[in-house]
Design a protein around this ligand. Structure first.
Ligand SMILES: Nc1ncnc2c1ncn2[C@@H]1O[C@H](COP(=O)(O)OP(=O)(O)OP(=O)(O)O)[C@@H](O)[C@H]1O
Ligand SMILES: [Mg+2]
Length: 373
């Protein structure tokens, strides 16, 4: 467990980390995110003492890090940065073995470890171990950077925008790979990014920082659902997929399988159609296919006469919304009017669908949590 207690850091009288308190559990994947200059890197580097705090304490498993020899401390903490920092004049094998050698592992154990790690990321030992960094692609180099951090089997790994310099496709495949790796390794990981897509994808918990302070600590779902500050919402808005529910329209949340009947339909026919489809309501349109209202089975039973058209008993007081209306507004309307459903119309007053509370909930859930199926 890593515990920050009232940690502050100043540079030339400017406070860049301000009384920060945070606990990170063993095996947890925590992502620090926030605007440039908010203090993420500084917060990260205080753990391995690359930066010294001015106030407060950091404990790792109840031990104050200032009581531990700095070199000793760093051997237990893997560190991956954006600029990779592989040694250009060392082979891949030598690069990965830096910490194992410091730990005085014998040659065979070092080789074994390199073999095992390269296998983990599908870069076979035979093909890659003797190469130099400049013989690898950017994505491969970054993989080696990650492997080097893992080599000495540290329980904690710090990662500062490790995939930030990669093209989107390589970046995404490394994210997937690393996420899978983490499921096997159960390291405690603190990962810095300013990409909300990456944070949501990777994190158990997201820590949102701004101006040296923590604005919110929450699971990705929780942060998505209840951003604690407008600046967090704006970060969420920059995500590419999945969309945030603020951006959904009625078209995204309506049900399109709706029974639509012309007002000339006879009452008994109409009941038969509803029964066939296990519905108790149908939407009624006029001769130009424009929305008129609805009828329910109860409606017909009470007021309708056999053999008559339904046109005389259509309930025209039904709430409607436009198909491009923001879904949240529709949801509010559904709640405020206490209606069971809203009929969704296009700009020609033709019926596009209906929104019920359950169609809305399903659509929102699939946006927040991905498609459950
Ligand atoms: N060695 C230093 N000397 C003076 N100021 C510094 C130093 N290191 C960082 N700062 C300042 O501290 C603040 C926080 O920096 P930090 O690198 O932690 O931000 P960050 O959140 O990692 O930003 P980015 O997303 O751009 O990497 C910034 O205003 C930065 O200019
Ligand atoms: Mg930084």
């Amino acid at each position: 467990m890593i515990t920050y207690t009232d940690i502050s850091k100043r540079y030339n009288d400017v406070t860049v980390v301000d009384k920060l308190n945070l606990t990170i559990n063993d095996g947890e994947f925590v992502v620090l995110i926030g605007p440039s200059g908010c203090g993420k890197t500084t917060t990260l580097k205080m753990i391995n003492r690359l930066v010294r705090m001015d106030e407060g304490t950091i404990h790792i498993d109840n031990e104050d890090i200032m009581d531990v020899d700095a070199v000793e401390l760093r051997r237990k903490i893997g560190y991956v940065i954006q600029q990779i920092g592989l040694f250009p004049n060392m082979t891949i094998e030598e690069n990965i073995s830096v910490v194992p050698k410091l730990l005085k592992w014998n040659k065979e154990k070092c080789r074994q470890r390199v073999y095992e790690l390269l296998t983990l990321v599908n870069m076979p030992y035979e093909e890659n171990a003797k190469k130099y960094p400049n013989q690898l692609s950017g994505g491969q180099q970054q993989r080696i950077g990650v492997l080097r951090a893992l080599a000495g089997e540290p329980p904690i790994i710090l990662m500062d925008e490790p995939f930030g310099a990669l093209d989107p496709i390589t970046r995404e495949s490394l994210q997937d790979e690393f996420k899978t790796l983490q499921k096997k390794l159960h390291k405690t990981i603190i990962f810095v990014t300013h990409d909300m897509d990456e944070a949501v994808k990777m994190a158990d918990r997201i820590v949102f920082m701004s101006k040296g302070k923590i604005l919110q600590v929450a699971s990705p779902e929780e942060m998505l659902d209840k951003p604690a500050d407008p600046i967090i919402s704006s970060f969420m808005g920059k995500r590419s997929t999945p969309r945030h529910y603020n951006e959904l329209t009625c078209a995204d949340v309506m049900r399109t399988k709706v029974l639509i009947v012309p007002e000339t339909k006879k009452t008994l026919e109409c009941i038969a159609l509803m029964k066939q489809r296990d519905l108790n309501t149908c939407v009624v349109v006029d001769m130009e296919d424009k929305f008129k209202g609805v009828v329910t089975i109860e409606n017909i039973k009470e007021h309708g006469k056999p053999g008559e058209e339904i046109s005389g008993i259509v309930d025209t007081g039904i709430e409607t919304v436009q198909v491009n209306t923001n879904a949240k507004n529709a949801f509010d309307k559904l709640n405020q009017t206490n209606a069971d459903y809203l009929v969704v119309l296009d700009h020609n007053k033709m019926v596009s669908g209906i929104i019920t509370k359950s169609s809305m909930t399903k659509a929102l859930a699939s946006v927040v949590w991905g498609d459950a199926n």
